[in-house]
Design a protein around this ligand. Structure first.
Ligand SMILES: C[S@@+](CC[C@H](N)C(=O)[O-])C[C@H]1O[C@@H](n2cnc3c(N)ncnc32)[C@H](O)[C@@H]1O
Length: 903
C-alpha cells in the first residue's frame, strides 16, 4: 500500500496528476491525516477503491518528488507555463481559458481572478465531506487499477495518452472538485513566488531553471500539453467550476495573432460545442504533427480559373478583375442591353468582328475601289476560250514568210527605266533581253510580260470579268483598278487569212449577230470567236481603253490598255471599234449612250445627216404643234367658231414667228460666239506656242508634267490622286474632259478649218511611203504602194488637246469629226515624230527639225543591215508593218464586218 501511496509518481508525472503544493501548510496538513479537508476523497468512480485504499493524503508531496525524478515529462508543463520567447503567447493562455473554459488551464495573469478562484476552491473544500468527495477528482485510473506502479517509465507517455483519453472519457461523469491547490485535472500550479523550503519550492526553482533554458521548439508540445490539460481540467471541473470559467470567458477575450491561433480557437470552440474535431485529439504530439494527420479535412480555398489558351480566352472585355466571376457575370448580363458597341478597344475589335451576333456578322471585304467581285457575272455559253494566238490554215505559212524582225533597240539606262524616251516604247516594241540593255527589274516597258505573270494569278490579278449589259449583249468590266495606260487583257484568238475570214463569214457566222473579227497584221485577221475575254469588250464613242498592237519578241500582238484616266473597279471596259462596216447596210446602231455618241458603230459617213441643232428642233416643234392644233380642230368637223379659229391661227403664227426669232437669235449668237472663240483660241494657241518654244530649248516637257492626277469616276463622286510614272504610251497627253476643253477643242477645229480655207501651205513637206522608201534605196512593198498617196500634213500648229481629235496616233484611225476624210497621213506623221516632238514643235521649222532628230535617233539605234529598213520605217511612220494597223489600208484596229453578199 505504501508503494501504492508512493506510486502516483507515475501518473502524476503525466499531465493530469501533477499536484504542486501551493502552500506548505497544505502539505503539512496532507501529511497529518486522511481526515484533512485537503485529503483526496474517492471519486464517484472509484469511491470504493479510494476508501479502501491506503493511499495517504500526502500524495501531493510525493508526487512532487516524483516530478523531480522525471523532469522530461514535466518539461511540457514547464513549457506551458513559461516560454520567455513566447511570453505574450503564454500570457494569452487566459484568453484561451476564457474562451474555452473546458481546457481548464488557469494562468495567473489576473491576480484578482485567481484569488477569486482560490476562494471558490477553498469554499468548496469547506463544504460537507460528501460534497467534497464529489468535488475532488480521483483522476488516475492506473492508480485506481493498481497498475501504475508497475508501469515502466518508457511506456509512460503512451499510457499517459491513454489515461488522458480515459480521463476525458470519464470526465463527463466524474464530479470535479478542487482543493486550493488542485486547479483542474490534477494539475497543480506551481507557485513560483513561494520561497519556502518545501518540496514545492524546490520544484518551483527547478521549473524556473528549466524555463530559462527552454527550447523554443517545445512550443508545439507546450500547446498540446496545455490543451490537453485544459481538456482534462474542463472535464474535471464541477458545475461550479465551469460556471466560474464561463464567467471569465467574456472578460478574458483577447485576440490572438496568426493563423494557428485562429485555427486553434476554432477547434477549441468545436470542443466547447462538443463537436468532434481532430484537434481534440491532442496529446504530446506537436501541432505540426497534428496538421499532417491523415484524414484531416481542410476547406479548399477558392482558386482563380486560369485561361487555358489564347490571350483573352474566357475574359470578356467587361471583365473586372476586382470582382468575382459571378459578380462579373451578373454585371455583364445587366449591361448587355445598354452596351456601347461603338469603337471597342483594339484588342477586342477582333473578338467583336468574329463573335458578333449572327445578324451583324459580315464577311471581310476589300474596299470596292481595290477589288470588287460584283454580282451579275455572266457565263457565255458558246465561248471557246484561248489566251494565245493560234495560226490557222495558211496563216501560219504566211506568217513565217513575212515574220517581221525585231529591229528596235533601246539605249536606256537604269535611271531612265525605259520611260517615255525609250526607243522601243516609242516604236511599240516591248523590251526584252534581246533589245533592252537594262533588266526586267528596271525596265518599265514589258507590259505583256506583266500580263503573263498576272494571268497566272488570281481573280484580282486577272482583273476583268464578263457581264451582261442591258442592250449590247455581253460586256467586260473591271474587278479592280487599272492605272492609266496599264495593260488589261490581250486580244487573242485564231489568226486567219482574209480568205478564211470570208469563208467563215459566209458559212459559219452567217446567222450570227456578233462578230469577233479584227484586222491584225499583214492582211491577216484575228478571229476571237475562239479567243480571249477581250472579244466581249464593247464599243464606245468615249472609250476608257485603247486596243493597241505591239510587237513582242518579234511578233505582233494586240492588247487592251487602260486609257488616260485609268479604270475604276466595276467600270465597263470599252474602246473605239472604228468599225468598218464595208457597207451602209451593215451599219449598226451604237448604244454606248455617251454624250458624243456618233450613233453608229464606226465613223460617221459623209451623207449621214448631222444632229439637229436646238434652234432647228424648236422651229420643228412649233410647226408640229401648229399642225396638230389645226388638225385637231379640223378633225372636230369645224365645230369651232371662226373667231376661235382665227385666234388659234394667231397663236400659231406668233409661236412660229417666235421660234423663227429664236432661231435667228441663236444663230447670230452662235456666230458671234464662234468668232469670239476662234479669236480666243488663236490667242491661246499663240501664247502656248510661245511657251512651248521656250520650254523646248531648255527642259523636257514630260518631266515637268504634274504627276498627280485626279481620277474621274463614271458614276461616283470619288476622286483620288494617282502618283504614277510617266504615261507608258506614245503620244499620250493627259487631259481633263471639261466644258472649257471641249470649247477649246471646237475652236481649234474651226481655226484649223479657217486655215485650210485660206489655202495655207502645209507646214511639213508631204511624206509618203514611196518617197521614204526611195530615199532608203528600197522598193516599196505592195502594201506601202496602197498607201502611197501623199500624206497630208496636219494644219494644226500643235497637237490639239481634243477629245475628238485622236490624241494618240494609235488609238484611233478616225478623226471622229464625221466627215470620213482620211487623216491617216496626219496620224502617221504624229506616229513618226518622237513624243517630245509631238508636243513641242509649234512652227514648221521646229517640227521638221524635231522629226529629223528623232529619225536620226532611231536610225542610230539600229545597226547593221536593218538600218536601211529602219530608215524606211522612220519615213513611213511604221506604216508598213503598222502600228495599230495604220499601214493596213487605214483600217487600223477596225472590226470589219464582211458580208459575202455585199462584197
Ligand atoms: C466584239 S462584239 C462585243 C461583245 C458582244 N456585246 C457580245 O455580246 O458578244 C461586238 C458586237 O457587240 C455589239 N456592240 C458592241 N458595242 C456596242 C454598242 N456600243 N452599241 C451597240 N452594240 C454594240 C454589236 O452587236 C457588235 O457587233
Amino acid at each position: 500500500m505504501v508503494d501504492r501511496a508512493a506510486s502516483p509518481d507515475s501518473t502524476s508525472s503525466t499531465l493530469s496528476c501533477i499536484t504542486v503544493a501551493e502552500r506548505t501548510d497544505t502539505a503539512a496538513r496532507s501529511s497529518v491525516g486522511a481526515s484533512s479537508a485537503n485529503s483526496t476523497p474517492p471519486t464517484s468512480q472509484g469511491d470504493t477503491a479510494s476508501i479502501t485504499s491506503d493511499a495517504t493524503k500526502a500524495d501531493a508531496p510525493v508526487m512532487m518528488q516524483q516530478d523531480k525524478a522525471e523532469p522530461e515529462q514535466e518539461t511540457e508543463h514547464e513549457d506551458t507555463k513559461s516560454e520567455p520567447g513566447n511570453a505574450e503567447q503564454y500570457e494569452e493562455q487566459p484568453d484561451e481559458l476564457g474562451e474555452q473554459p473546458e481546457d481548464g488551464v488557469h494562468v495567473d495573469e489576473d491576480r484578482g481572478e485567481k484569488q477569486q478562484m482560490e476562494e471558490e476552491q477553498e469554499e468548496t473544500s469547506r463544504r460537507s465531506s460528501r460534497r467534497s468527495r464529489t468535488s475532488i477528482t480521483t483522476y488516475n485510473v492506473q492508480i485506481l487499477a493498481g497498475t501504475a506502479i508497475h508501469t515502466p517509465t518508457k511506456y509512460l507517455e503512451k499510457h499517459t495518452a491513454n489515461v488522458m483519453r480515459t480521463d476525458r472519457a470519464v470526465s463527463g461523469s466524474t464530479p470535479v472538485g478542487g482543493s486550493d491547490q488542485l486547479l483542474s485535472g490534477g494539475i497543480k500550479r506551481p507557485t513560483l513566488e513561494n520561497n519556502d523550503s518545501a518540496p514545492g519550492n524546490q520544484l518551483s526553482k527547478e521549473l524556473e531553471e528549466r524555463i530559462s533554458r527552454r527550447n523554443p521548439t517545445g512550443m508545439g508540445l507546450l500547446r498540446a500539453a496545455t490543451r490537453n490539460a485544459m481538456v482534462s481540467a474542463s472535464s474535471s471541473l464541477g458545475k461550479r467550476g465551469r460556471e466560474i470559467m464561463e464567467s471569465g470567458k467574456g472578460r478574458l477575450k483577447t485576440s490572438r495573432n496568426g493563423t494557428d491561433s485562429s485555427r486553434r480557437r476554432q477547434s477549441d470552440s468545436a470542443i466547447l460545442m462538443g463537436k468532434p474535431t481532430k484537434r481534440v485529439r491532442l496529446s504530446t504530439t506537436s501541432i505540426e504533427e497534428l496538421d499532417e494527420e491523415p484524414g484531416k479535412e481542410y476547406v479548399k480555398p477558392k482558386t482563380k480559373r486560369w485561361l487555358s489558351q489564347g490571350l483573352y480566352v474566357g475574359q470578356h472585355r467587361d471583365f473586372d478583375a476586382r470582382l468575382t466571376e459571378s459578380q462579373n457575370k451578373a454585371r455583364r448580363k445587366a449591361a448587355a442591353a445598354k452596351e456601347n458597341k461603338i469603337l471597342p478597344m483594339p484588342m477586342f475589335a477582333g473578338e467583336r468582328l468574329l463573335s458578333m451576333p449572327y445578324k451583324e456578322a459580315r464577311d471581310f471585304k476589300l474596299p470596292f475601289d481595290i477589288y470588287s467581285p460584283l454580282p451579275r457575272k455572266a457565263k457565255p455559253e458558246d465561248w471557246k476560250k484561248t489566251s494565245k494566238n493560234l495560226f490557222v490554215g495558211d496563216a501560219a505559212t504566211i506568217w513565217k514568210k513575212s515574220k517581221p524582225e525585231a529591229d528596235s533597240y533601246c539605249l536606256c539606262d537604269v535611271e531612265d527605266g525605259c520611260g517615255e524616251n525609250c526607243q522601243n516604247r516609242f516604236m511599240l516594241y516591248e523590251c526584252d533581253k534581246t533589245n533592252c540593255l537594262i533588266g526586267p527589274e528596271f525596265c518599265t516597258n514589258r507590259a505583256f510580260a506583266e500580263l503573263k505573270i498576272r494571268a497566272k494569278g488570281n481573280g484580282y490579278d486577272y482583273g476583268v470579268e464578263v457581264v451582261e449589259t442591258e442592250d449590247r449583249g455581253y460586256g467586260v468590266r473591271a474587278m479592280r483598278c487599272f492605272n492609266p495606260h496599264q495593260i488589261i487583257v490581250e486580244y487573242a484568238g485564231e489568226i486567219i487569212t482574209q480568205e478564211e475570214c470570208d469563208r467563215r463569214m459566209k458559212v459559219e457566222y452567217k446567222n450570227n449577230e456578233c462578230y469577233y473579227l479584227m484586222t491584225f497584221h499583214n492582211k491577216m485577221i484575228i478571229d476571237a470567236t475562239r479567243g480571249s475575254i477581250a472579244r466581249f469588250v464593247n464599243h464606245s464613242c468615249e472609250p476608257n481603253c485603247r486596243m493597241i498592237k505591239w510587237t513582242v519578241a518579234g511578233e505582233p500582238r494586240m492588247a487592251l490598255f487602260a486609257g488616260d484616266w485609268g479604270i475604276m473597279t466595276g467600270e465597263e471596259l470599252t474602246y473605239d471599234y472604228n468599225f468598218d462596216p464595208f457597207s451602209a447596210k451593215n451599219v449598226q446602231e451604237c448604244r454606248c449612250g455617251t454624250a458624243s455618241c456618233r450613233g453608229v458603230l464606226g465613223p460617221r459617213s459623209k451623207d449621214q445627216p448631222k444632229a439637229r441643232s436646238t434652234a432647228t428642233s424648236l422651229v420643228a416643234g412649233a410647226k408640229r404643234k401648229i399642225q396638230e392644233v389645226f388638225r385637231s380642230k379640223g378633225s372636230r368637223g369645224g365645230s369651232s367658231s371662226p373667231h376661235k379659229r382665227r385666234k388659234v391661227a394667231d397663236i400659231a403664227r406668233s409661236a412660229l414667228s417666235q421660234a423663227k426669232k429664236t432661231v435667228t437669235e441663236s444663230q447670230s449668237a452662235k456666230d458671234a460666239r464662234s468668232v469670239k472663240e476662234a479669236a480666243d483660241a488663236e490667242a491661246r494657241s499663240a501664247s502656248r506656242a510661245e511657251r512651248a518654244l521656250r520650254r523646248s530649248s531648255t527642259t523636257n516637257l514630260a518631266s515637268k508634267r504634274p504627276k498627280t492626277l485626279h481620277k474621274r469616276s463614271s458614276n461616283r463622286t470619288t476622286s483620288f490622286s494617282i502618283s504614277r510614272k510617266i504615261a507608258p504610251r506614245p503620244g499620250g497627253v493627259l487631259r481633263r474632259p471639261n466644258s472649257k476643253l471641249s470649247r477649246f477643242t471646237s475652236s481649234v477645229k474651226k481655226h484649223s478649218a479657217s486655215i485650210k480655207s485660206a489655202n495655207r501651205r502645209p507646214i511639213l513637206p508631204p511624206l509618203t511611203t514611196r518617197s521614204v522608201a526611195k530615199a532608203a534605196g528600197k522598193a516599196p512593198s505592195a502594201a506601202s504602194q496602197a498607201t502611197s498617196a501623199p500624206l497630208r500634213q496636219t494644219t494644226l500648229p500643235f497637237k490639239p488637246l481634243s477629245v475628238d481629235l485622236p490624241s494618240s496616233p494609235f488609238a484611233s484611225t478616225s478623226d471622229n469629226d464625221g466627215d470620213n476624210d482620211d487623216n491617216g497621213g496626219t496620224l502617221r506623221e504624229f506616229a513618226a515624230l518622237p513624243l517630245r516632238a509631238t508636243r513641242r514643235p509649234t512652227t514648221a521649222s521646229s517640227v521638221r527639225s524635231a522629226a529629223a532628230s528623232m529619225k536620226k535617233n532611231v536610225v542610230r539605234s539600229v545597226r547593221g543591215p536593218r538600218r536601211a529598213a529602219a530608215v524606211a520605217r522612220m519615213g513611213l511612220g511604221l506604216g508598213v508593218n503598222g502600228i495599230g494597223g495604220l499601214g493596213e489600208g487605214g483600217s487600223g484596229n477596225t472590226i470589219r464586218v464582211i458580208l459575202g453578199s455585199d462584197e
